[in-house]
Write a protein that binds this ligand. Structure first.
Ligand SMILES: Cc1cc2nc3c(=O)[nH]c(=O)nc-3n(C[C@H](O)[C@H](O)[C@H](O)COP(=O)(O)OP(=O)(O)OC[C@H]3O[C@@H](n4cnc5c(N)ncnc54)[C@H](O)[C@@H]3O)c2cc1C
Length: 502
């Protein structure tokens, strides 16, 4: 029995490994020159750049991919804890070190508002309850029927999931700056803290439970470790292979047609490619009545990102590994990005400085960075070709004023990635960085289904599916998708039964 997985993002890699363990012959097809999807890694002028994810929460989800194949994760990738989790810098220069240490967190909160220390404890208790339900219980089960959603409504109500994350935080925390500190987490998975349901407050507890980790050697170490394990087990990764069509015969996925005209036959197909793009571009409209172009266009898509990868010929020893630079506006900026789809002049930034934890990622005496700004997706109509240089300069001005003095003077390498690249390189609808926006109306049963309702033997995995974006989300989606696929012997028996019945 042969399975084809389209796309080698974390969701695709995890599913490929899981299906190999189940006994499928696995062919993993990736259009880019390297695996990893958003977790692409590239070397440039002696620097190693992580292109995407840098914050590893729930490290056990990565470790189990190795252990289930019978090897020790540490023989393939070394993960280590980062402290603090983030340094948050407000626009007036004040900073907050966010960590998993309860005493240190209370002291940090008290510096801003002693009255909010108790509120923080209460918020933590609520986010723990949400984490237990939302992550431990519901994050690994499929939501394919409306009844599965109806069953969880009482729990969602009890956990105040009718509120937004920001709404929940406002109930417990009064200080404006602290409200930002405890509500920004949905942005990590493409959500607007004002509209992402309170279930996403689980991320606060998730970080606290297992810590924030990074991989020695960058994400490259994790991605290449997973690929190595897949290949050792006899799976095949083929790079530079763009799928143009999913071949459907008699209502079943039977393989894929590639850009070069070649056809690969399979007994089942799993799409890790962008959910909306895949339906709209790889499947004939007559084969997908439940996913018309019109219905897909009506859905809400996450924001996009503007990224600059850069290296300097001097180091910044005072920087934290992860810094969040909040801009002058919070809710107003969110409104511009998510609802008005307007590129504002101000921004908030995330600055990644991995050489703070792993000096091997840059030549000696050099520092490796990336900085990202959440920006509206392509509904904004921004002409990025003509805007990118101005936007880059505004970001560099801000970094020079705040935490990387003399940046341009010491700049030795650089690469940009804009919303156009999310669309054209990653084939992401509207250049969205995280697929569907995480809202209540697009979560669980209402998110992309892990199994296609119209076509047999066609499955989905990754950011657009349940439970959603982010590494814990897509690795959990691989668990969910895996749980829906029978082992080859059972699958053969069931298709023979179908054949007899026909
Ligand atoms: C800049 C950035 C920073 C992030 N930081 C974090 C973080 O710190 N922590 C965290 O947990 N999450 C983070 N995320 C989110 C996380 O990286 C993503 O949600 C996750 O990696 C998406 O994985 P995926 O399985 O959906 O696949 P993707 O990574 O989206 O990969 C899909 C793959 O499919 C391939 N593909 C698409 N179409 C085709 C086709 N037709 N034929 C062949 N191949 C195709 C693409 O080339 C791509 O390689 C970040 C995301 C971004 C963009």
């Amino acid at each position: 029995m042969r399975a084809i997985v389209i796309g080698s993002g974390f969701g695709g890699l995890a599913t490929a490994l899981r299906l190999r363990v189940k006994g499928y012959e696995v062919l993993l097809l990736e259009r880019r020159d390297k695996p990893g999807g958003r977790a692409y890694v590239f070397e440039q002028d002696g620097f190693t750049f992580d292109a995407g994810p840098t914050i590893i929460t729930a490290p056990f989800l990565i470790e189990e991919l190795f252990t289930m194949t019978g090897v020790k994760a540490t023989d393939y990738a070394e993960l280590f804890a980062v402290h603090p989790f983030y340094r948050i810098r407000f626009d007036d220069g004040e900073t907050f070190d966010y960590s998993g240490d309860p005493a240190a967190m209370r002291a940090e909160i008290a510096r801003f508002s002693a009255a909010d220390v108790d509120g923080f404890d209460r918020f933590l208790r609520v986010s723990r309850a949400i984490f237990e339900k939302g992550f431990l219980e519901l994050g690994h089960v499929p939501f394919l029927e409306p009844s599965s959603m109806i069953r969880i409504i009482p729990s969602l109500m009890r956990l105040q999931c009718y509120r937004s994350v920001l709404g929940l935080v406002k109930r417990y925390i009064r200080n404006e700056k602290l409200r930002q500190v405890f509500s920004f987490h949905p942005l990590l998975v493409g959500g607007d803290p004002r509209h992402a349901p309170a279930i996403y407050a689980l991320i606060c507890y998730l970080e606290r439970e297992w810590g924030v980790h990074y991989a020695r050697g960058g994400m490259a170490a994790v991605v290449s470790g997973l690929v190595r394990r897949l290949e050792e087990m006899g799976g095949t990764l083929r790079l530079g292979s763009t799928v143009e069509e999913i071949v459907v015969r008699d209502g079943r996925a039977r393989g894929v047609r590639l850009e070069d005209g070649g056809v690969e036959e399979a007994d089942l197909v799993v799409c890790n490619s962008d959910y909306a793009w895949t339906y709209m571009n790889l499947i004939r409209p007559e084969d997908r009545p439940s996913h018309s172009d019109r219905a897909l266009r009506r859905r809400r898509y996450s924001m996009s990102l503007f990224l600059i990868y850069f290296g300097t010929n001097r180091t910044c020893p005072d920087l934290a590994h992860h810094t969040i630079l909040l801009g002058p506006r919070y809710e107003g900026l969110l409104e511009d990005i998510f609802r008005k789809h307007r590129l504002a002049d101000d921004f908030s930034l995330y600055l990644h400085a991995p050489t703070r934890s792993d000096s091997g990622l840059a030549p000696p005496g050099h520092e490796c960075f990336y900085v990202l700004a959440p920006v509206p997706n392509l509904l904004s109509g921004t002409d990025w070709a003509s805007t990118r240089a101005r936007y880059r300069d505004a970001i560099y001005d801000h970094l020079e004023r705040t935490c990387v003095p003399g940046l341009r003077e010491h700049l030795v390498t650089e690469r940009l990635f804009t919303p156009d690249d999310f669309r054209d390189t990653l084939l992401s609808h509207l250049g969205a960085a995280f697929s569907f926006e995480p809202t209540l109306a697009q979560s669980a049963y209402f998110r992309g289904h892990n199994k296609c309702p119209d076509i047999e033997d066609l499955y989905f995995v990754g950011a657009g599916t349940h439970p959603g974006a982010g590494l814990p989300g897509v690795l959990s989606s691989a668990r969910v998708t895996d749980s829906l696929i029978s082992a080859p012997a059972e699958a053969t028996a069931s298709s023979e039964r179908d054949g007899d019945a026909a």
